[in-house]
Design a protein around this ligand. Structure first.
Ligand SMILES: [Zn+2]
Ligand SMILES: [Zn+2]
Length: 172
């Protein structure tokens, strides 16, 4: 058995491997278990206050009208995490800018798309059939929820020929 260290929080003697190491081989005061518990409780409390105050659970800025959890930026981040599986801030900013470039309109129908209501991220070439393009932002655009569901795993071209609709595209 190696060296032991007492955690002042739970008062237990524990091996050094039960503590996180910080700089120069030093260990955290509290053991891993106590640290994880403390951080978890802190985050949970912060989420609760932020929910009560109707501010973004990620950053504390005001939430958008149609989300009880997120500001505009973090709403887009949550959509991206779901659709693309990434939480990179650069990606989020790019897709938020893209929504503005699209003038908040669905490129298929011209319908207004609103975050928290009907704004969906669509893979132009579906990720089920083109997994190599799953995280390629050039293969992703904002469409209305109805279009996203109807298009399913068709490509843009297949969808357009199937429904005989015209792609309006970015109005700008
Ligand atoms: Zn402890
Ligand atoms: Zn936020």
């Amino acid at each position: 058995m190696g060296e032991q260290k007492r955690c002042p929080k739970c008062k237990a003697e524990k091996p050094h491997s039960d503590f996180y190491s910080i700089k120069n081989g030093r260990l955290t005061g509290w053991c891993k278990k106590c640290m994880v518990k403390y951080i978890g409780e802190y985050n949970r409390k912060r989420r609760q206050t932020r929910k009560r105050d109707k501010v973004c659970r990620s950053c504390g800025n005001p939430t958008i009208p149609n989300s009880s959890h997120f500001c505009e930026f973090h709403y887009v981040a949550s959509k991206l995490r779901y659709a693309v599986g990434t939480k990179c801030n650069d990606y989020t900013q790019i897709m938020l800018d893209r929504l503005k470039q699209q003038d908040y309109k669905c490129p298929y129908t011209g319908e207004q798309i609103i975050l928290g209501i009907n704004a969906h991220l669509d893979h132009i070439k579906p990720k089920s059939r083109f997994p190599e393009l799953a995280t390629d932002l050039n293969n992703i655009e904002w469409v209305s929820a109805v279009i996203n569901h109807a298009k399913a795993d068709m490509t843009k071209e297949e969808f357009l020929s199937q429904y005989r609709i015209t792609y309006i595209g970015n109005p700008n």
